[in-house]
Design a protein around this ligand. Sequence first.
Ligand SMILES: Cc1cc2nc3c(=O)[nH]c(=O)nc-3n(C[C@H](O)[C@H](O)[C@H](O)COP(=O)(O)OP(=O)(O)OC[C@H]3O[C@@H](n4cnc5c(N)ncnc54)[C@H](O)[C@@H]3O)c2cc1C
Length: 308
Amino acid sequence: MTFPDILPALKAQMSRLRGRLIANQPLAELTWFRVGGPAQVLFMPEDEEDLSYFLAHLPPEIPATVIGLGSNLIVRDGGVPGAVIRLGRGFSDIAVDDGLRIRAGAAVPDVKVARAAQEAAIAGLSFLRGIPGGIGGALRMNGGAYGSETKDVLVAARGVDRSGRICSFANAEMQYTYRQCGVPEDVIFTQALFQGTPGDPVAIGAEMGKITESREATQPIRSRTGGSTFKNPPGRKAWQLIDAAGCRGLIAGAAQVSQLHCNFLINQGGASAADIETLGETVRSRVRETSGVDLEWEIKRIGVAQQD
Ligand SMILES: Cc1cc2nc3c(=O)[nH]c(=O)nc-3n(C[C@H](O)[C@H](O)[C@H](O)COP(=O)(O)OP(=O)(O)OC[C@H]3O[C@@H](n4cnc5c(N)ncnc54)[C@H](O)[C@@H]3O)c2cc1C
């Protein structure tokens, strides 16, 4: 499946663009599930100003979708129409500010922020050790683990909206709830400022070691997966509802509900995005039948289904 090539038309309107634009770029390799079709165009901006220029000059009828490290994402088999934006090197700076604060670009992997905090004797950011995404994804998803969430440590974030305007958001303006951010969907985050507390690098290292061990034991972290598929409903655990509905190990095509952690779906090799999404929807309907609970997808699904 390929989309009509809009690259020449876009380039003609963006003479001062510095980042890379690629037509019909496959996205599967940019996601943990390793499934899905291409981006009509993939844009990798040089820096925040370049991103702002691109968005300001992108015709309003062309949709723009940002992806991070693809650890919470299903790209559908027909690909993603419009522009897909992926932040890279120009958004990878990380620095300790004011002793207990860390400023990180949106493309920095969460684990690097956890390590930088440890080196700077800043406690409170170790939970990022276990989340395999990048800072942009953590800001959008209010990523969290082991009792801490992004909202607990965020001072402020910066981003660019669909019109190209650079904006900043104090913590309260992010309107965070569980795995959700209230900032309009069109905003692409470019940077975060985190605040920790004084800590001891040895103790922080031990905490991070425990997180790694616990992950290895309880989650299929070496598989092609997207992490927790569904949000925990208030007062309930999604995995328990899925288990009670008899879905542990359930298969659709080459996708399977993990035997180890049944809120994880796995591409066993050769699954399509449709296999994974169908499996997820089957789990949702079985849970609805057995417990009356309507599970809500935590994993984001983007793009269109394969056209026959
Ligand atoms: C093995 C495994 C374990 C996991 N464990 C956890 C866990 O413990 N806790 C947890 O919270 N999550 C967990 N996840 C899910 C995932 O890692 C997080 O949701 C992560 O924050 C997603 O970041 P990402 O960069 O991969 O974003 P992506 O998956 O690429 O995108 C996710 C969403 O964020 C948006 N987004 C990405 N970058 C930006 C940006 N710069 N600006 C605006 N929006 C953006 C995307 O549009 C999309 O809507 C796990 C995933 C896996 C595979």
